[in-house]
Each structure stands twice: as C-alpha cells, then as structure tokens.
Design a protein around this ligand. Sequence first.
Ligand code: IPE
Ligand code: IPE
Ligand code: MG
Length: 254
Amino acid sequence: MPTDDFNNPESDNIPRHIAIIMDGNGRWAQKRFMPRAVGHQAGVKAVRKIVEYCAKQKVEVLTLFAFSSENWRRPEAEVSLLMALFMATLQREINKLDRNNIRLRFIGDRTAFSDKLQEKMAEGEAQTQDNTALTVVVAANYGGHWDMCQAFQKVADKIATGELKNQSISEQLINEHLSTAGLPDPDLFIRTGGEQRVSNFMLWQLAYTELYFTPTLWPDFDQNSLEDAIKSFKSRQRRFGHTSEQVLNKSVTQ
Ligand code: IPE
Ligand code: IPE
Ligand code: MG
C-alpha cells in the first residue's frame, strides 16, 4: 500500500508528477475551418509553454501523451503528418531542453517508428540524461495495456532463466519493469478536450492519481489553465484508503 506520500502534509505543494492527455487538436482546427494538421501544430506550441511553466514551478515529472497505440487507426495522411511533426519538434527542441537542464525520456513501443525517428529519440534521451531539473516523458505509441504486457514479458523471461522466482512477483517488481520505472506515479492527471476517459493511458500508474478533466481544447490550454488544474489538485484530500481523520491527524507513520 502506498505510504510514502499518503499524508500529503504540505497541501500547498504542487504535484510532483503531472500526466496529460493532450486532446482536442483536431476540433480546435475544425472550429476554425482549418485542416486538423493546423491543430496539431498549434498543439506543439501549447506543449512548449506548459513545459516552460512546469520547469519554472519545479514540477519533477511531466508526462505528455503524444500518440497512442490506437492512433495508428487514423487516416494515413494524419499519421504521417504526426510523425513528421514529431521529428521536426525533436530536431528543434532537444538542444533547448538540454540548455534548460530538462531531461527527456520516451515511453511506448518505439520499434514501430522509422529508424531515423528512433535514432533521434535515442539521441534526445542520451543528450539530456544527466539533466536534473524537470523530466519530460513523452508517451509515443504508448498504451497502458502494452506497458503491462511488456513488463510481464520481461518478468516471465527472468523467471524462465531462473533469475527470478514466481514468488518474487510483487507490486514493486511490476513497477520496476514498467516503462515508467524509476519515476513517481502521477499525482495529477489532466485530460483536455472534454472527453472523460483514460484512453489506455498509464493504467497501472494512475491507481491513486487525482483526475482532472477540462473542456479546454489542447491548443488553448495555457499557464492559467494549468494553474486552475493545480488549484483543483491542491483542494483535494488524498486519503489512499485511510479515513479523513487519519489524514488530518497525520496519525499514520509514513
Ligand atoms: C490529440 O488531439 C492529439 C493526438 C491524438 C495525436 P486529437 O487529434 O485527438 O483532437 P480531436 O480529439 O480530434 O479534437
Ligand atoms: C488520446 O486521445 C491519445 C492522445 C492524446 C495522444 P484520442 O483522441 O486518441 O482518444 P480517443 O480515441 O478519443 O479516446
Ligand atoms: Mg482526440
């Protein structure tokens, strides 16, 4: 059971890890009678501002859902556009992230991407791996089901070779084999664009995350919108199964 931060003692603390489903790019463009591509481009600008803000606020981890394992089902032209935009954004932003001491990490099945894109992703991770400010995790070809499957596969392989025993399977062991190994679970989940669903995002890791849904379309999501989400987060009492009184009295040791 989680005991590390159950008391949430500094209630004015901002979340350590914010995870965002950046949804609504297409509708943002359609509202303006423009192609969906324009919405995705506007979405990248919103990413830049949110990253800057999180770095300034000393958020530790910002996870951004950029492309889901289901998004391959979109028309080929949109998928190609998204891949090109992903590549161009990495080419333009890696040095800037590095200069700002930001660490970049990717989660998801990257083998489906082109060799060039995979190389750029690896380069971005290597170049920024020692940075100590914000960690930006980009979820690309990511799915919560995929994440659990790949973790179970790794564990099963280790059991087959005798490195692990069946009995060693624990929540911690699973955590250590998920793509998010070493990162704290998200404290705050935000989904823009009005839909109230998780769409196969971080299914294991969201177990005790505070959920926030907003109708704001992703390209319109700015610093003020994020402040509203953080304000909502701060107003909540995280109980992790305890009673409200226990939390208030801080009677359970951490
Ligand atoms: C989110 O915006 C971006 C990706 C999924 C890549 P959408 O493209 O889903 O925008 P809507 O939901 O169609 O408005
Ligand atoms: C979720 O958005 C994935 C990303 C934002 C990358 P979608 O727009 O693909 O989600 P659904 O299909 O509406 O659930
Ligand atoms: Mg969508």
